[in-house]
Design a protein around this ligand. Sequence first.
Ligand code: ATP
Ligand code: MG
Length: 419
Amino acid sequence: MQTIRGFRDILPGRIGLWQKVEKEASRLFEAFGFKEIRIPVLEKTELFARSIGETTDIVEKEMYTFDDRKKDKLTLRPEATASIVRSYIQHKMYADNPIRKFYMTGPMFRRERPQKGRYRQFYQIDVEVFGVASAYIDSQLIYLLHNLFKNLGLTGLSAHINSLGCPECRPAYQKTLLNFLEAKKDLLCENCRRRMSKNPLRILDCKAQTCQDAIKNAPAILDNLCDECDNHFKIVKTTLEKQNVDFIVNKTLVRGLDYYTRTAWEIQTTSLGAQSAVAGGGRYDKLVKELGGPDTPAIGFAIGFDRLVEVMEQLNIEPLEPGLDLFIIAMGNEAMDKAYHWSCNINQNGLRSETDFQGKSLKSLMKKANKLNAGHVLIAGDKEVKENAFILRNMETKEQVIINGDSLLADLINILKKQ
Ligand code: ATP
Ligand code: MG
């Protein structure tokens, strides 16, 4: 049996970087007042169709959708924002405190062509803020991403930012854009021609080179913002500048989802070929209301966890690999019996120890201790058991001490905890 295409195992040998990211992300997010939320992987199809948008790539061709036995249409979540909005509304979180800050990590599912940095089950770290209209929160989320990546040792990433306007200024812009596109219609791909009437902004996001060429000189929404949107974007930029967060204003950035308003951004890398976005986010002030909640401004981002780890691997960033505190070399039945109980007890105290029950020689067990990168080795052979005195070797300094069997556990735990 094999995994299905686009799905993969992440094995213990590679998990160190994942854990490092998760640890640092939750530390940082908690410090900034975010709370973890956990949401289902399966939702009604309608939730995603209505929020992400009927004419987006995700909804048109990437979702895993099926009928369950009672004929409800269900979809494996392709992203987290829609579900978190659903949760915010369903539990009436707006009622006592409309300002909510969430983060979550988990698998997402999109049926795309698998390649490096692109999988059918992939992972996202997702952050959402509800109830804050201020541009400061836009800057803060970009600042947060910037610092998370910096703390993880990442280099060579750049933040691309843009504003997508709002229902005040976007309709007029869409008309200007449509006029431009009409003249280029023959150069556009079939998909884009079809989208033209429904959602011309999507064309700006088309990955086909022919479309990219055709729209090179298209009018930009950034040059057609209303005063409020323009002001909002200015605050985002000056705040980022004051915090020394480098960014590039990218007028062609539109992002792949329909629900965005105003600030949108992407963190891009040059090291993963065509899969250049490591994270993406934006403001979506209209979505909560559209899905049946009260008018509530909101904003969020998602990090592509798989891609992030791939960039970290390329940069040779050290994974989180907690070493072994103690390896117990036990030779003979009596020693093994003691070693078993010692080891359990030590682990129970939060220290990492291991032993081996295969009856191997001292030499091969020493090799194993080295391979496991053990900080200390305790030697228990027949002689040590008989004398009730055991040898503890510090593998780094090579110092050895003798520990009396009667007080062994307490002494061991003391020594190991000091390391
Ligand atoms: P792309 O343009 O690369 O398809 P996207 O705009 O569809 O990305 P978003 O919906 O914004 O992606 O998701 C946020 C992040 O999740 C992306 O920036 C990317 O890092 C990651 N991501 C998206 N799709 C995949 C996938 N199929 N496999 C791995 N990571 C993905
Ligand atoms: Mg995509």
